[in-house]
Design a protein around this ligand. Structure first.
Ligand code: NDP
Length: 307
């Protein structure tokens, strides 16, 4: 690929100011600039959050997210457009967010934050609060996100098990189950944490059966993609007290509709798809883009190539 102009699509503005990344990459030996939908065709390559059909006329598209489920892989393939993603950078951010959710549930911090809004002084019941050491978290998806979650929770004394397509061991995970044994994996866990990509295989991987299999005092965490979970089935399970609670960063419809019952549940923490946000995000993405520009030059295989 011969690059004359790399565009930073203004859709990345939902995660960081596009100009920050353009500045960070300004020393590359070609033009780098922020572009809107009107000047996509002025570029050979683009760094983006969202997909646009006009990208199919470019040579290379880089997604600032790890999840690329909304890009039409077949059309990229047919048109010879290279697609790369940003997997590999969200280990610590997601790990710390998930640790925050678990600490909130264990130490009841979400209750106190809610009470503070009402200026209410209310202590937890004697048997509500607990500590994390000795609990088990089953992490479904053992890649970058899962590994980061295992690292941070492991340091807090949580026993970590994992689920992946094969049962091959993964460092940081005490036990690994294949996806076929998902029910066995989640049955005894105090926390079930979803970190898989959304694919045909993982669409609604969690539904009524899985929530019935989990312990009634277990918490469910989804930081992957909304459609990995059958959301109405999750809501039913929470309303029926078949689960202790949930922390959710991603939803089947985003933004989460105002009338969703999830907003009003005491034992549900809702975050607006920002579990991986950090002020260093543009630098982490920029490092991948820079590395791939070098690899284009040297003819090496690209990092994080999807198509
Ligand atoms: P990786 O590719 O590093 O890891 C994905 C893991 O999922 C792999 O280890 C893979 O293991 C496992 N996996 C794939 N299919 C299945 C399956 N059917 N059953 C069980 N395990 C499976 O990706 P990341 O960790 O970087 O990202 C994962 C997803 O998380 C992204 O696709 C994105 O949707 C989401 N994400 C969400 C963010 C947020 O802001 N909330 C931020 C970043 C990512 P194996 O190959 O062994 O099966």
């Amino acid at each position: 690929i011969d690059l004359d102009r790399l565009g930073i699509h203004d859709s990345v503005d939902a995660v960081f100011p596009p100009a920050e990344l353009a500045d960070f990459l300004a020393d590359l030996p070609f033009d780098v600039g922020v572009v809107g939908d009107d000047d996509i065709e002025s570029c050979d390559a683009i760094v983006t959050l969202e997909h646009r059909d006009a990208f199919l006329d470019l040579d290379w598209v880089h997604s600032i997210q790890a999840g690329v489920d909304r890009f039409p892989f077949d059309e990229f393939d047919e048109r010879g457009v290279v697609l790369t993603n940003s997997t590999g950078i969200h280990d610590r951010t997601i790990g710390e967010t998930v640790a925050g959710y678990l600490l909130a549930f264990a130490r009841r911090l979400h209750d106190h934050v809610a009470d503070q809004g009402d200026r209410r002084w209310e202590r937890p019941a004697w048997n509500e609060a607990f500590t994390l050491p000795g609990t088990t978290a089953c992490v479904v998806g053992t890649g970058t996100l899962g590994g980061g979650v295992a690292d941070v929770l492991g340091a807090l004394g949580v026993r970590i098990t994992g689920v992946r397509r094969s049962a091959e061991p993964v460092p940081g995970f005490e036990e690994i189950y294949a996806t076929d044994d998902l029910h066995e994996a989640i049955a005894d866990a105090d926390f079930v944490i979803v970190t898989v990509p959304l694919t045909e295989d993982t669409y609604h991987l969690f539904g009524a059966e899985e929530f019935a299999t989990m312990r009634e005092d277990a918490y469910f965490v989804n930081v992957a993609r909304g459609s990995v979970v059958d959301e109405p089935a999750l809501i039913d399970a929470l309303e029926d007290d078949a689960l202790a609670g949930a922390a959710l960063d991603v939803f089947e419809t985003e933004p989460l509709p105002e009338d969703s019952p999830l907003w009003g549940m005491d034992e549900v923490i809702v975050t607006p798809h920002c579990a991986a946000y950090t002020r260093d995000y543009f630098r982490d993405v920029g490092d991948i883009v820079r590395e791939n520009v070098d690899r284009f030059d040297s003819g090496d295989e690209l990092r994080n190539r999807v198509v």
